[in-house]
Design a binder for this molecule. Structure first.
Ligand code: AP5
Length: 192
């Protein structure tokens, strides 16, 4: 199964993807995690991305597409994947669509985790206190939410128009949200 998780910063994409990965037995591909690994490794790409990420802006489409093509072409994606953090704008949505058509593996589901802004801010503040992620400071969070509303929200419409979108209430205990996502996938959840 090929699934993309959509939602604002703090909506629970990473949290739910980690659980869905076990349930569906397909890899979790987080472009944020891939970028943070490059930053931690001090690679050329990581050095380019570091400041952009800290400001809460989007890293260039060219870098992201190269990274995604590389990751999706690995053998462990043969039965699908859970994509988290990509696509982030319509250019990326078109590029992903073209990539999946080229490899003959169309997206099965786009699931949007819907969470009100006040709760997003509260969750990210909680993570900032617990983990100190570089872009979880109030100024970057404001920017990330603005980028989401202006650049990423149209991607939701893109999947709606393609008939692939399911909106899931992302408010509640982790298990409750997980069960809602699994129910949304139910008709084909056991198909590879
Ligand atoms: P990325 O890592 O993708 O960050 P994000 O989209 O801002 O998402 P978050 O990790 O903040 O939120 P999430 O929805 O995954 O929620 P989570 O499960 O962590 O991207 C970071 C940066 O990388 C971008 O700003 C950009 O610069 C760059 N980047 C990445 N992809 C890119 C792309 N495609 N193009 C260009 N640039 C790109 O949960 C958040 C918190 O809430 C956690 O503490 C969690 O424990 C808690 N929580 C989750 N669910 C619940 C719940 N149900 N109840 C209570 N708490 C909960």
């Amino acid at each position: 199964m090929r699934l993309v998780l959509l939602g604002a910063p703090g909506s629970g994409k990473g949290t739910q993807a980690a659980r869905l990965k076990e349930h569906l037995q397909v890899p979790h591909i987080s472009t944020g995690d891939l970028l943070r690994a490059e930053v931690a490794a001090g690679s050329k790409l990581g050095l380019e991305a570091k400041e952009v990420m800290a400001r809460g802006e989007l890293v260039s489409d060219a870098i992201l597409l190269g990274m995604l093509e590389d990751r999706v072409s690995r053998a462990d994606t043969a039965n699908g994947f859970i994509l988290d953090g990509y696509p982030r704008n319509l250019t990326q949505a078109d590029a992903l669509d073209a990539l999946l058509k080229r490899i003959g593996q169309p997206m099965d589901y786009a699931v949007q985790l819907d969470v009100p802004t006040e709760l997003l801010v509260e969750r990210i503040a909680g993570r900032a206190a617990a983990e100190g992620r570089a872009d979880d400071n109030p100024e970057s969070v404001r920017k990330r939410l603005e980028v989401y509303n202006t650049q990423t929200a149209p991607v939701i419409e893109f999947y709606r128009q393609h008939g692939q979108l399911t909106v899931v209430d992302g408010v509640g205990a982790l298990d409750e949200v997980f069960n809602r996502v699994v129910s949304a996938l139910a008709p084909t959840a056991d198909v590879g």
